[in-house]
Design a protein around this ligand. Structure first.
Ligand SMILES: Nc1ncnc2c1ncn2[C@@H]1O[C@H](COP(=O)(O)OP(=O)(O)OP(=O)(O)O)[C@@H](O)[C@H]1O
Length: 315
């Protein structure tokens, strides 16, 4: 059911999402919303930082919605702009992974269907979901700062691969991640962590630690397959140290969430998660957060999203 009255909508577009393949999605979203009579502010900037700044100015005017067009990096941008405000976040996925859209049931790989879904959702009350608030140090200034995330935070081997891929200049495209994975797999070592889950401290070696609000990252890798977006809890995945061969055996099972049956894999539920380890940079929703240590706080109901209510039980 489309919205009955004209709305003021900010559309923030990443034209480089999915290596530029979804370039036409942003203009299509803007054209459809304008044709329906909405007052649309379309934001496209040369880089992410300038888009954040433009988005901040636009959200300060309290629009009826902020719509992001791109991948999970754009969900990160949107979440950081509207968490704890009343402005709902719409997503039209045009990225590589699109895991937040996946988790919310927004159509993927079909722009027309995703725009239709958005138009429908604008006519309904938003869905209210949880978000994570990461307390950490600003990488450049060393000052304490915070970053919101909606999907999954990585603080282990997968974050190391992400950091490596960011450093590599070549190749362009998805094969950069494969190269980064290859380089880091050769160097695979157990990471020594200090974890504090709801006040309970553990010092342990692990291959990775991920904190899920949503179920997947990296385009459907169900790292925390039982995570629920509105249960007020994180699913914290801890994978014990693995040899390279064991890693390669367990890894493909993540796509179906079947890695949980491996005895070296555990998931804990918690509201507050402190993660410390040397030499690991945390990533959340595909974006760099900063070096560990980090302190993650569950913020129940912090995010309004233009998506239908889940049919899943939250019990
Ligand atoms: N003009 C721009 N506007 C916004 N982001 C940009 C721009 N140019 C480059 N980027 C980069 O795009 C990244 C976000 O990409 P996004 O997540 O939208 O797509 P993706 O990476 O293809 O998808 P996914 O994260 O779902 O795999 C950010 O890290 C940002 O630095």
């Amino acid at each position: 059911m489309p919205a009955k009255k004209p709305l003021s909508i900010v559309v923030a577009i990443n034209p480089t999402a999915s290596f530029g393949k979804g370039r036409e999605v942003g203009p299509a979203v803007v054209a459809t919303l304008r044709a329906l009579g909405h007052e649309v502010t379309s934001l496209t900037e040369p880089d992410f930082e300038q888009l954040v700044a433009a988005g901040r100015r636009a959200v300060a005017a309290k629009p009826d919605a902020l719509v992001v067009v791109g991948g999970d990096g754009m969900v990160s941008l949107g979440t950081n702009l509207v968490a704890k405000t009343r402005v709902p976040l719409g997503i039209v996925p045009s990225g590589t992974g699109n895991d937040m859209a996946r988790g919310l049931g927004i159509p993927i790989g079909n722009t027309e269907a995703a725009i239709e879904y958005l138009v429908d959702a604008l006519g309904r009350p938003p869905r209210i979901i949880d978000a994570g608030l990461v307390h950490h140090e600003n990488d450049e200034t060393g000052e304490p700062t915070t970053t919101w995330f909606a999907c999954v935070l990585s603080a282990g081997f997968d974050a190391i691969v992400n950091e490596r891929a960011n450093i590599l200049r070549h190749p362009k495209g998805p094969s950069r991640y494969l190269l980064a994975l290859g380089i880091e797999l050769v160097k695979l070592r157990p990471i020594r962590y200090r974890l504090v889950l709801d006040g309970v401290e553990t010092v342990t070696e692990a291959a990775l630690v991920s904190v899920g609000n949503n179920i997947s990252l990296g385009g459907g890798m169900k790292v925390t397959p039982n995570a629920i977006l509105d249960d007020g809890l994180f699913d914290v995945l801890v994978v014990q140290p693995l040899s390279r061969t064991a890693f390669l055996r367990v890894f493909p099972r993540v796509f179906k969430g079947e890695h949980l049956s491996d005895p070296r894999v555990a998931v804990h539920r918690a509201r507050r998660v402190v993660i410390e380890a040397e030499g690991v940079v945390a990533y959340a929703d595909g974006e760099r957060v900063g070096p560990l240590p980090i302190d993650i706080e569950m913020m129940p109901g912090a995010l309004r999203v233009l998506a239908a209510e889940s049919t899943e039980s939250t019990v």
